[in-house]
Design a protein around this ligand. Sequence first.
Ligand code: F6R
Length: 261
Amino acid sequence: MEAIIRPTADSAARLVARIIAGELRRNPSLVLGLATGRTMEAVYRLLVQSHREDKLDFSLCRTFNLDEYIGLTAADSHSYRYYMNERLFSQVNLDLRNTHLPNGMAEDLEAECRDYEAKITRCGGIDLQVLGIGKAGHIGFNEPLSALRSRTRVKALSPVTIEQNAEFFGGAARVPRRAITMGVGTILDCRRCILLATGASKAEVIAKAVEGPITSMISATALQLHPHCTVVVDEPAAARLQAADYYRWIFDNEPEWEEFR
Ligand code: F6R
């Protein structure tokens, strides 16, 4: 794992967007794993900008989102399909047929989960998975005690997550109780992972995810097992990292990051 500390939320999002754009330029048929949430909004704005100003081409790109609420239709403004259509898919030249999210309205949810895994496999696996992190330490909706080898499945949301997302629904009571999410094992199979976290409210969970012991209580800690995972944080989210100076030193000296400094 590498941790990169940028001065502001904007510069952290810019770095993530540049990494995604770089991977897409290198491989136009990239299989791109996507996340939703507040943190990712800035990244999608920047990707849309790159598409408009620098002709970043999504025409061959295939996407797989991490998760979707159960019981919300694509037309529901709270659904993640709606979020993605609004913020990215309709703003760039992605072919909607190449975009995938779990169907939270499926009659047979278990079959839907199996099918989602099969689709990822048929596409040759995910090349780059973008991740946020919840206050409970989840990636996707892998809530505390998610098995580190779990696959796509239905998961009940934790009270912390319901509280975190309550404002979007006009109160905790309206937040769906369950979601379909890629498993921790599904995420660990992706060839590259990049996690973005910004703001002081993420400082404690980022310190646990990056420097704490691996535990299913904080599914993001499983990323320590991933061979190519980059965690990008802004200064407020880095505030509790013990070895922040070491991470800065690596970023300043590692040739891989030269073009990003
Ligand atoms: C959403 C997802 C979640 C979010 C996380 C952070 O698709 O996978 O894990 O990334 O809850 O959400 P924000 O960015 O709203 O703090």
